[in-house]
Design a protein around this ligand. Structure first.
Ligand code: AMP
Length: 376
């Protein structure tokens, strides 16, 4: 497979990239918990993180070397951000494409690049890309109006899941369509936005793979995690998932096709459906570090956050083999109020995100536990 070269600059993974020296500043667009853990990893390797976020007192800003509080497309803030950072990344995929374009025009190396961002921002572009690189996914149809739904439903089979093309997360912007008569209500329920209708996948488990690619084209993947969701939000990841060698190899092949096809630099989260016959279908990709990779913080020598910083800084990728089995549980809403219980539990490794307000379902922290030895 030939990497797609970035037409705008000619820069691509495989191009020479001098490793970024410690004390350099790495820019992070977004101030949430993923940015926070990236900033901590950057600091550990001697870098300064600079956060750009519209939010005052964001989780990431509280631990980063510097912070700019402004709208993502604020020209003054972007110019200052570009002046500080030679390399920049993002911690959520809804950063406007024009922001990434502006930073690149100002000489900042963005990793991942604009192709990965554009692909992950639009479910139709994403699934079209999956097909182009030979990766299986749910059958789908593009829906621009409620009137398109009955015909698509007839083709895909009922029930089918209507999702907004853009800006859906944690199961938001989704509605099941069980019969043609549901079309209007389902379309209204997702805000009458441009959408995709996906055939229902009768999966047996939800798995994910966290994989990284460096500027040199080097690829490294962590073992699969098995994930359970509640109300559309990740509750728990168990890793390494107990899968056959063939399934593990299939996941690595999928991740490699996606990384190479996007000429990707950094860590990517790939959400997978495992079918009864062992086949893996890709649900979606996250062009960033991922909640289902938080277990690596305590079970791996180099966790996903350090791996991302290493990748975008042009450092060698770290080892991905865990030294123990691990279980990660998200602390949602007021569950984080039990911090003292976790702090007193010698088996629990507590991560809190420094968020003041615990609204229901909000990701406030997570707990990792090492659950056993791995075979040699
Ligand atoms: P998403 O926001 O696309 O990750 O979807 C959220 C959750 O909905 C997934 O983790 C699955 O549990 C479920 N889901 C998404 N797409 C499908 C599908 N095509 N068939 C069955 N379940 C799905």
């Amino acid at each position: 497979m030939t990497p797609v070269t970035d037409q705008a600059t000619g820069e691509s993974a495989g191009a020479a990239f001098q490793p970024l020296p410690p004390t350099a500043t790495i820019g992070i667009l977004g101030g949430g918990q993923l940015g926070r853990m990236l900033a901590l990893a950057a600091a550990r390797l001697g870098f300064d993180a600079c956060i750009l976020t519209p939010e005052e007192q964001a989780p990431a800003s509280r631990v980063a070397a510097s912070c700019l509080v402004a709208a993502y497309d604020d020209p003054v803030a972007l110019a200052e951000f570009a002046a500080r950072c030679r390399v920049a990344t993002f911690e959520f995929e809804n950063v406007p494409a024009r922001v990434v374009d502006r930073l690149r025009a100002a000489g900042v190396r963005m990793a991942p690049g604009p192709l990965a961002l554009a692909t992950a921002q639009d479910r139709i572009a994403e699934k079209t890309f999956f097909r182009a690189v030979g990766v299986d996914c749910a059958p789908f149809a593009e829906i621009a109006a409620a009137a398109h739904i009955p015909e698509a439903l007839a083709r895909l089979g009922a029930p089918a899941l209507l999702k907004t093309r853009r800006e859906g997360y944690d199961g938001k912007g989704q509605s099941w369509v069980r019969a043609p008569g549901d079309a209007d209500a389902a379309f209204a329920a997702i805000g009458a936005a441009p959408a995709i209708l996906e055939g229902r996948v009768d999966f047996v488990r939800e798995l994910s793979v966290i994989a990284a690619r460096g500027w040199s084209g080097e690829i490294a993947a962590y073992p699969l995690a098995e994930n359970t969701h509640e109300n559309g939000v990740l509750r728990r990841s168990v890793a390494p998932a107990r899968v056959s060698d063939a399934t593990a190899a299939q996941a690595l092949d999928i991740a490699s096709r996606l990384l190479v096809g996007l000429d990707y630099v950094g860590v990517m989260g790939v959400e997978l459906f495992e079918m009864a016959d062992g086949r893996l279908l890709v649900n979606e990709i996250a062009p960033r570090v991922h909640n289902t990779g938080h277990w690596t913080l305590d079970a791996c020598q180099v966790d996903q956050f350090e791996q991302h910083i290493r990748a975008i800084a042009g450092w060698p990728l770290g080892p991905t083999r865990p030294f123990a089995r691990a279980e990660m549980t998200n602390l949602l809403g007021d569950e984080a109020d039990a911090w003292a219980v976790y702090a007193a539990d010698p088996q629990a490794r507590l991560w809190l995100y420094g968020k003041a307000e615990a609204t229901p379902g909000r990701k406030m922290g997570h707990v990792n536990r090492l659950t056993g030895a791995l075979p040699e």
